[in-house]
Design a binder for this molecule. Structure first.
Ligand code: G
Ligand code: G
Ligand code: MN
Ligand code: NA
Length: 253
């Protein structure tokens, strides 16, 4: 209850902010986009979204908070476009509570039109477990989102139990290989087998694949050899503030 109150106050007093972690084309080593990640600095102490997102979900604040993050990301794409980064894509994590909200689609459309962001510069990340429930409703929603021009990625891919036949029917654009499987790559002889299977699945279903949590060159080399197109992780860049992203892009775009 304390934290719920503090979170609402932080939101109202604008103590929450969004950072952007670059996403890289593994062949050219240039930035193609970034993932928006929410941050809360409470009296000098960082509180992880892994802790406060569940509270925001429970209290319902996630609806306003999620809309605010989407708006920030849309405005960021508009700002980057003015600076010449036309096709820079920003990915936004969408909570299941937000995603199931009856007004989600209208909120998305309204935010795109209010901010004048190009839908082609926005990607929504849903988790694998969200992608597996209530097939008919989900299929319809993903089709409606895709019709706006916004892309869909499945986050933390490999940690759930998607059936391939189900995945094939969904309007999805990209799979994000969970960090755990990227870490495993260099840990044993068969450590890359799950990453490899996901990359192959992406190829078969015509989906892009991005590896998250890429921390060293060995992982990057193996992923690249396996045919993984995109990477994200501390090897390339930490999550950056909007100003830091500008500076970083001077060198990496
Ligand atoms: O940035 P960090 O690694 O601390 O994020 C921890 C978790 O919080 C990740 O699972 C990430 O997806 C989630 N997260 C970060 N920002 C947001 C956000 O804006 N909305 C939602 N729903 N989840 C977020
Ligand atoms: O669940 P999701 O994929 O949205 O979470 C992304 C989280 O992973 C963010 O909190 C981000 O800070 C974190 N992250 C990003 N790159 C790396 C990395 O290279 N190593 C580790 N350990 N964490 C990372
Ligand atoms: Mn994510
Ligand atoms: Na993830």
């Amino acid at each position: 209850v304390n934290m719920m109150h503090a979170l609402r106050e932080a939101f109202e007093e604008r103590q929450l902010y969004v950072v952007y972690q670059p996403q890289i084309d593994m062949l050219t080593r240039t930035a193609v986009g970034a993932e928006a990640l929410l941050r809360w600095c409470n009296e000098g102490v960082m509180i992880s979204p892994a802790r406060f997102i569940p509270i925001a979900e429970y209290s319902g604040l996630i609806i306003e908070l999620g809309e605010w993050v989407l708006r920030q990301a849309c405005l960021e794409t508009v700002r980057l476009k003015r600076r010449g980064f036309d096709h820079f894509m920003i990915s936004i994590n969408v909570s299941q509570v937000q995603f199931r909200h009856p007004q989600f689609l209208s909120m998305l459309k309204r935010t795109l039109s209010d901010t004048e962001a190009s839908p082609h510069c926005i990607e929504l990340e849903i988790t694998e477990s969200m992608a597996m429930e209530d097939p008919d409703a989900l299929t319809a929603l993903l089709n409606q989102i895709t019709a706006t021009g916004v892309s869909i990625a499945i986050d933390d891919f490999g940690t759930g139990f998607s059936s391939m036949s189900h995945l094939q029917k969904l309007n999805v654009d990209r799979l994000k290989i969970d960090r755990a499987f990227v870490t495993e790559i260099t840990e044993s002889a068969r450590g890359s087998s799950i990453a490899e299977a996901i990359i192959q699945l992406g190829r078969n279903l015509d989906l892009d694949v991005i590896a998250e949590g890429v921390e060293n060159e060995r992982q990057a080399t193996i992923l690249s050899e396996l045919g993984c197109a995109y990477g994200q992780g501390y090897l390339y860049a930490m999550p950056l503030t909007s100003d830091e992203l500008d500076e970083w892009l001077q060198q990496h775009a």
